[in-house]
Design a protein around this ligand. Structure first.
Ligand code: BGC
Length: 498
């Protein structure tokens, strides 16, 4: 039994903020709260909405597998199955200094990675916060900001003082740009669409590598863009560098996606390029787009529809919107708002703070689920501190149960995606390791266990052969390894043949 803590206390959020909490003694009596029975009745309703049966999961996997095949066979499909021009696995012997720039969902990160061979590396890095304005402003300005951060980083980390760069020498750079880009070669990428709430202008449909090179020129940086990569591809390569059993990489963070290694002969849409059919190439699936627009296969609730309709990209990233960290808090908030409108929750209290879209962080779901106290002190803290709302124990238990339903559905849908790649590649019998990264995977309690449970629901006992583990840093180390692999191919004169 978890220890029960009563009275006053405090807890610290992942943001470092400390919040004071207190338990109420007669909370049922002050305000017209919902009864335990009302909350239990509502919970049953949400259980049936958010629960995925094994049978339903298998149907999703079947449709998903077909979609993956389609993306490999035909260009411009909803799930684009992007050829990355990353050929085969690293040897583990890649060596040298490489810069890595990581433009993900929340931060911009610059890394200097020293690959030492034998699967070993050293990394130094700096993070820069991106503002909401930068995400929506002009795209060239965003890349200028990237170049400016690189400039500062290079000055401090690789200047002559630091003894790493000689005058006239340039450093190869792997740019991890974690948005769907169709590629014709490894240092090229046309942005198909922004995801994760980004909307910077004049960027969709353009070659972001070219735009970024322009910004590098502005700052006259001693840097050469060697490879443009997706975070999943980086994760695949970095994880294989240290764990050669890895065959698939997944990201469950602000966005969600997967990459795996495919036989070139199966990527029929690029047959005309004449690449050796016996070669292997990493595929960036961009599976977050599964079921976009048509909404035929995924179990969307009315809350999911609202999330979609009110997003900056309605209809798009249908799979991602049910799974990723950007949206889970909002789904829960919409359920709460419905219960407020129905007069079930928070009668007599001012709920305006909770009515603001996206105010309910997905980190709150993690915190609620991991609250170890009988009184659910963490839940009290969240509701009083952030939303100025008083709650009863029955309500708090309901909120926690709701978080569990939404978090569990996300994990089980994630399992469906992994299962689709496993089925397509026939990995079930021999088994495989899946390198996984992202805030949801790393921080949401029980997420990995629920993915594994989901895989067993889909495949039965054999599902145990598929094991996810916390991946290596794909956007830093992976990006550097890919830059090294690319440099090696170029030096060997293989680059011109793509
Ligand atoms: C992007 C992918 C990325 C994923 C995880 C998605 O929104 O489309 O390119 O890999 O997020 O960061």
């Amino acid at each position: 039994m978890p220890a029960s803590r009563r009275g006053s206390g405090s807890f610290t959020l992942t943001t470092g903020q400390t919040i004071a909490i207190h338990t109420r003694t007669q909370d049922e009596e002050d305000l017209p709260h919902a009864t335990k029975k009302t909350m239990a009745d509502h919970l049953r309703k949400y259980e049936s909405l958010f629960t995925l049966t094994p049978q339903r999961m298998r149907m999703i996997v079947e449709a998903f597998t077909e979609t993956l095949e389609l993306g490999l066979n035909k260009p411009n499909q909803i799930v684009p199955m992007i050829p990355t021009y990353v050929f085969g696995w690293p040897t583990g012997q890649e060596k040298g200094d490489f810069l890595a720039l990581d433009l993900g969902g929340t931060n911009l990160r610059v890394c200097l990675v020293t690959l030492q061979g034998e699967g070993k590396f050293e990394i130094s890095q700096t993070k820069y916060r991106l503002t909401e304005e930068q995400k929506q402003d002009d795209g060239q300005k965003l890349f200028d900001f990237c170049a400016e951060c690189l400039h500062t980083f290079v000055e401090t980390n690789t200047g002559e003082g630091a003894g790493q760069l000689k005058p006239g020498q340039s450093l190869p750079l792997g740019f991890t740009f974690s948005y769907p880009c169709s590629q014709e070669r490894i240092d090229h990428g046309e942005l198909i669409r922004w995801t994760k709430g980004f909307g910077a202008g004049n960027t969709e449909g353009r070659d972001v590598a070219e735009m970024f090179k322009k910004s590098l020129e502005k700052y006259q940086l001693p840097i050469k863009l060697t490879a443009l990569i997706n975070d999943t591809t980086g994760t695949l390569i970095a994880s294989h560098y240290v764990n050669p059993k890895t065959k698939i990489a997944v990201i469950f963070g602000t966005g969600c996606n997967a990459a795996y290694m495919e036989n070139v002969k199966n990527i029929t849409k690029i047959e005309h390029l004449g690449i050796d059919p016996g070669a292997e190439m990493a595929i960036n699936c961009e599976w977050g787009a599964f079921d976009s627009f048509e909404h035929e296969h995924l179990p969307r609730t009315k809350y999911d529809t609202v999330v979609d309709d009110t997003s900056n990209k309605p209809g798009e990233q249908a799979f991602e919107k049910l799974i990723s960290g950007r949206y889970l808090g909002e789904i829960l908030r919409l359920v709460l708002c419905e219960l407020i409108d129905e007069g079930v929750l928070f009668l007599g209290q001012n709920t305006y703070k909770l009515e603001k879209p996206y105010c309910f962080d997905t980190a709150f779901l993690s915190l609620m689920e991991s609250d170890p106290t009988d009184e659910l002190l963490m839940v009290i803290g969240i509701f009083t501190h952030f939303f100025a709302l008083e709650t009863t124990l029955a309500e708090r238990q309901f909120f926690r149960a709701l978080a569990k339903l939404i978090g569990r559905r996300a994990a089980r849908l994630s399992a469906c995606g992994i299962a689709a790649i496993v089925s397509k590649m026939n990995y079930l019998d021999e088994g495989c390791s899946v390198g996984a990264d992202g805030s949801l995977y790393n921080k949401y309690p029980g997420f990995a266990d629920r993915v594994h449970e989901g895989l067993q629901d889909i495949f039965g006992d054999k599902g145990r052969n598929i094991v996810t583990y916390h991946a290596e840093d794909g956007s830093g180390v992976g990006s550097a390894i890919i830059a090294a692999m690319t440099k090696h191919r170029k030096d060997a004169g293989l680059y011109l043949n793509v």
